[in-house]
Design a protein around this ligand. Structure first.
Ligand code: AP5
Ligand code: MG
Length: 244
């Protein structure tokens, strides 16, 4: 496969896949999936597909799916597989996925993983030439809670901040847009505990699914954003070099 040189998030030069292909970023609530997906978008020029963001966009537009999702998200539970799969299928018809895409928060049940495997094997776009590879970001419980309860987002450009760990230059204001930052309604401690239970019971088996297929790597998420991103990039490079 053709390669090009690119600058990694830690400033080092690295060969980059001309076609990164489909990449799953997995991990518990607050592990840094969204933060890392945005780093990979900058590096590889392929889109981030976040099912959480897509569902929140439905909620903000007031669609039936959005109303249902809002209730479920506040309980820390999962939106039914068929609804999420349909939403992802619609997103995967867009032309920007041709060189690959970063799935953030999907699949998070075994039926979703089975659906994705089947969907991609029946789809003959360029990104489907490569198999899906999954990278899990590992962060411990105490740190996750701090990340969730300290998170604020820009409603305009979606930049993610953390009052404890990655504060904006001016409190409550986006560095890029100057907009007032907002907190997610599911970022309370009670909701986080429910989200963690859901993650451990329904999403942990997805990790084992990709591990068993030999298309899995784990990265220590308790490092700087640039170091975690560099770990994800080298994991994907290694898996692709192994023929995955
Ligand atoms: P979703 O939006 O996917 O939420 P989540 O999985 O709980 O993950 P988060 O978005 O909370 O965290 P993240 O890992 O993206 O971390 P972030 O980068 O923001 O899903 C929400 C809900 O939608 C679900 O509960 C469910 O109801 C529904 N849903 C979504 N997908 C679904 C699906 N497939 N099926 C069914 N239902 C679905 O970072 C967190 C914080 O940490 C930030 O403040 C950030 O600044 C900070 N941070 C990140 N990295 C670092 C670092 N290296 N060092 C210091 N701080 C850091
Ligand atoms: Mg996220």
């Amino acid at each position: 496969m053709a390669t090009a040189v690119s600058i990694m998030p830690d400033g080092k030069e690295s060969p980059m896949q001309a076609v990164p292909g489909p990449i799953l970023v997995l991990g518990a609530p607050g592990s840094g999936k969204g933060t890392q997906a945005k780093e990979l978008v900058k590096l590889w020029g392929i889109p981030q597909i976040s099912t959480g963001d897509l569902l929140r966009a439905h909620r903000d537009r007031g669609t039936e799916l959005g109303k249902l999702a809002d209730e479920i998200m506040l309980q820390g539970k999962l939106v039914p597989d068929s609804l999420v799969n349909d939403m992802v299928a619609a997103r995967l018809t867009e032309p920007d996925i041709a060189r690959g895409f970063i799935l953030d928060g999907f699949p998070r049940t075994l039926p979703q993983a089975d659906w994705l495997d089947q969907y991609l094997s029946g789809n003959d776009g360029p990104s489907a030439c490569l198999p899906v590879v999954a990278v899990k970001i590992q962060v411990d419980y105490t740190q996750l809670l701090r990340r969730i309860t300290g998170r604020w987002n820009c409603p305009v450009c979606q930049t993610i901040y953390n009052v404890y760990l990655q504060p904006p230059k001016i409190e409550g204001v986006c560095d890029v847009e100057g907009a007032a930052l907002v907190q997610r309604s599911d970022d309370t401690q009670v909701c986080f505990e429910g989200r963690m239970r859901t993650y451990e019971s329904l999403t942990a088996p997805v990790i084992e699914h990709y591990r068993a297929l030999g298309r899995f790597a784990e990265v220590n998420g308790d490092q700087s954003v640039a170091e975690v991103a560099a770990g994800i990039v080298s994991s994907v490079e290694r898996l692709r070099a192994q023929g995955q």
